[in-house]
Design a protein. Structure first.
Length: 133
C-alpha cells in the first residue's frame, strides 16, 4: 500500500530562489520613463480651434423671466391662482442661460403656436468667462 500521508501535492510550492532572483532583476531593470517635451499648441484666440469633437454634446438652455424672494410662510400659502410678483417689468428682456451661465438676453415670441425667444443681445465669450470667476 502507498502511504499518501507524506504526499504534499496539495500544498502550494514555496517560491524558489531563482524566482526571487528573477523578480529582483526585473525590478532593477525598471527605469524612469523618458518623455518628450510637449510643444504648446496654437493659441485658441487665433481661431484655429477644432470644435467638431464637442458639437454634439447636449447642453441645457433656460430662459428666466425674473426672480423674487419670499418667506417660507408665503411659499406655503401659494395655491392655484396665486400671483407672484417678479423683479422685472413686463416687456423687459429675458435672460438666456446655457448650463447655468448667462449667455444672452431676448424677448418672447410665438413660433408655430409655441413659445420661443428672439435673442436681442448676446454676451461676448470674454465677458462670459469673466462672469465665471
Amino acid at each position: 500500500m502507498n502511504d499518501k500521508s507524506n504526499d504534499n501535492s496539495n500544498d502550494k510550492p514555496e517560491p524558489s530562489e531563482d524566482a526571487a532572483e528573477q523578480q529582483d532583476s526585473r525590478q532593477e531593470e525598471a527605469e524612469k520613463a523618458q518623455f518628450e517635451q510637449i510643444e504648446q499648441e496654437a493659441d485658441p484666440a487665433d481661431g484655429d480651434v477644432n470644435l467638431d469633437v464637442i458639437l454634439d454634446v447636449p447642453v441645457t438652455l433656460a430662459m428666466e423671466v425674473g426672480r423674487t424672494h419670499i418667506s417660507i410662510r408665503n411659499l406655503l400659502q401659494l395655491n392655484q391662482g396665486s400671483v407672484v410678483e417678479l423683479d422685472r417689468m413686463a416687456g423687459e428682456p429675458l435672460d438666456v442661460y446655457v448650463n447655468g451661465t448667462l449667455v444672452a438676453h431676448g424677448e418672447v415670441v410665438v413660433v408655430n403656436e409655441k413659445f420661443g425667444i428672439r435673442l436681442t443681445d448676446v454676451i461676448s465669450p470674454s465677458e462670459r468667462i469673466k462672469n465665471l470667476q
